[in-house]
Write a protein that binds this ligand. Structure first.
Ligand code: PLP
Length: 355
């Protein structure tokens, strides 16, 4: 590790949560990483301090025009008790792509990974070890300059917080019900859909609420122009198995380039399964379903890894996928990815970074 950071330890360590009832993103560890940026000084003062509130001027730019980006990755306890990260270099790269899209300053990728390692090392007792649990890592950057105007801020904070999280599905991989949104859109080519910027998610909440009201757990997004091409599912990338081939939307400028997406495609290719990264419509999916050719639908993302879909609703027409049971590829991907993440399967692609 070439970057070292001063550490101010907490005098009031918190009680650890019960590992059996861990939820997603509700408890946070004892410490956090902070680093400041000023236009004239660049990034400075990277440090680890007790987890606490941030002090912001009420005019801080992030509070008004939403210059904010974030990342999400996890640390896992392996069978020898060591701690490992999964592809953190990809998060560092993507954070810089997101930063560039909304005119925020980039961060040295090695420094990003070193900061994650240093913080996880300090709060290592917070990494849960029950099967399916992990320590979720949330790096983010906000614009802090106090001014009311639309231009890049001259000051920023980069922070990392940690949250022990449970198995996303308590009873194993349970298929979800997906609502296909044909009113609101998430993203258009030329917009910010390829970047992990907070504003994207604020804009998506209304559809999420709508889906819940109809009894569905997630939204499937169609393209923002014609509302017919399949794009993503909630905050995950979407995959469809049709006639034994796997379809997923291409990275054409409105899709978030998921790291789990890339991982799944790499493994599928390695297994000799044909993956088609090409545009296809929701009509194509429904036709494949009516012909009995749609065998699996699943979503990929860091939080859930693989999330199989059991039902989809589009224009009042609900279809059932694979009897709402987990498909073979979904299960195989889930098993293989999670095994690599906890060190139970060989890391053939060099995805694991120990700390
Ligand atoms: C974070 C995210 C994903 C998944 O990315 P991973 O790197 O696999 O976690 C997919 N779509 C959206 C919109 C996201 O925000």
């Amino acid at each position: 590790m070439s970057n070292k950071f001063p550490i101010m330890k907490t005098h009031e360590p918190k009680a650890k949560p019960n590992p059996d009832t861990l939820e997603f993103g509700t408890t946070f560890t004892d410490h956090m990483f902070l680093m400041d940026y000023d236009e004239s000084a660049g990034w400075y003062d990277g440090r680890i301090v007790p987890y606490s509130s941030l002090h912001l001027d009420p005019a801080a730019a992030v509070l008004h025009y939403s210059q904010e980006i974030f990342e999400g990755l996890k640390a896992y306890k392996n069978k020898d008790g060591g701690i490992q990260l999964f592809r953190p270099d990809m998060n560092a790269k993507r954070m810089n792509m997101s930063a560039d899209r909304i005119c925020m300053p980039g961060i040295d990728e090695e420094l990003f990974v070193d900061a994650v390692k240093a913080l996880v090392t300090l709060d290592v007792d917070w990494v849960p070890d029950k099967p399916g649990t992990s320590l979720y890592i949330r790096p983010f950057m906000i614009a802090t300059e106090a001014f009311l105007g639309v231009r890049p801020s001259k000051q920023y904070i980069f922070a990392i917080i940690l949250s022990p999280v449970g198995a996303y599905y308590k009873g194993g991989l349970a298929p979800t019900k997906i609502f296909i949104e044909d009113e609101y859109v998430r993203s258009v080519v030329g917009g910010t859909g390829t970047a992990k910027v907070g504003g994207n998610y604020a804009a998506s909440i209304k559809s999420q609420v709508k889906a819940h009201d109809f009894g569905y757990s997630q939204v499937l997004w169609l393209d923002g122009v014609e509302r017919k091409y399949v794009e993503e599912i909630g905050t995950s990338n979407a995959f469809f198995v049709i006639n034994g081939e796997v379809y997923t939307a291409p990275l054409n400028g409105s899709i978030l380039p998921g790291i789990t997406r890339d991982t799944a495609i790499t493994l599928l290719n390695d297994w000799g399964v044909k993956v088609r990264e090409e545009r296809f419509t929701i009509e194509d999916v429904y036709q494949a379903s009516s012909k009995g050719e749609l065998s699996e639908v699943f979503a990929t993302g860091t939080a859930t890894v693989i999330s199989p879909v059991g039902y989809m609703l589009w224009k009042n027409n609900e279809i059932t996928i694979n009897n709402s049971e987990i498909g073979e590829l979904s299960q195989r991907l889930y098993d293989e990815i999670t095994a690599i993440q906890i060190g139970a399967a060989e890391d053939r692609f060099g995805w694991i970074v120990g700390i």
